[in-house]
Design a protein. Structure first.
Length: 199
């Protein structure tokens, strides 16, 4: 390895070594051309050496290249995702965003400290369905049977408190779930499922 004061000096040394080892014709090297000062990655792409030299673009190709330089965003109609360039109108029935590919039989679970994507049928003890609230990252939940709160990881749990959320029994399915809004949402989902099965 050698060091040089200017880019011109370093390219001159690179060119000397390339010619010494005949890198353009030697299968041990990937170089397609010798180094040049004004080249692209050491390759002279000026004038007739440019890959697009003499290429005549039709109007459709020019428009496509122009659109690509503007950038695009994904839109979907519930069935397919398309790219819409900034200077194009959004087709009727399309909404912003690409279709997500569903992951079968996997859900997010967390234990108040870490979250994971889970594929089992029974949620492990100490875990609840859903992702961590980023504002409580680095903390864990404790409760005294009446209320819950978060503590920083490494903090000792006070007397009369236990790790985890307060659990209540769902009146519809009988499973234990976290107390509060989650329990309400869980119960509503169970009622809807029950009505769908019986209705």
């Amino acid at each position: 390895m050698s060091y040089h004061k200017t880019n011109k000096d370093s390219i001159a040394e690179e060119l000397r070594l390339q010619k010494k080892h005949n890198v353009v014709n030697n299968i041990k090297y990937f170089n397609e051309a010798y180094a040049t000062v004004n080249g692209s990655h050491g390759r002279d792409v000026s004038g007739k050496y440019n890959p697009n030299f003499g290429v005549k673009w039709n109007e459709e190709q020019k428009k496509h290249l122009s659109n690509m330089s503007l950038g695009c965003k994904c839109y979907n109609n519930g069935k397919v995702t398309i790219n819409v360039y900034r200077n194009q109108d959004i087709p009727n029935g399309y909404v912003k965003g690409s279709l997500s590919k569903p992951v079968k039989d996997k859900i997010w679970i967390n234990n108040g400290i870490k979250e994971t994507y889970y594929s089992g049928t029974k949620i492990p003890d100490g875990y609840t369905k859903g992702r961590l609230n980023k504002s409580v990252s680095g903390k864990f939940k404790i409760n005294n049977g009446l209320k819950s709160k978060y503590l920083k990881i490494g903090t000792e749990i006070p007397d009369g408190w236990v790790k985890g959320s307060i659990k209540v029994k769902c009146e519809v399915c009988g499973n234990l779930t976290d107390k509060g809004n989650y329990a309400l949402r869980h119960g509503i989902k169970c009622m809807v499922k029950k009505e769908t099965k019986t209705g």
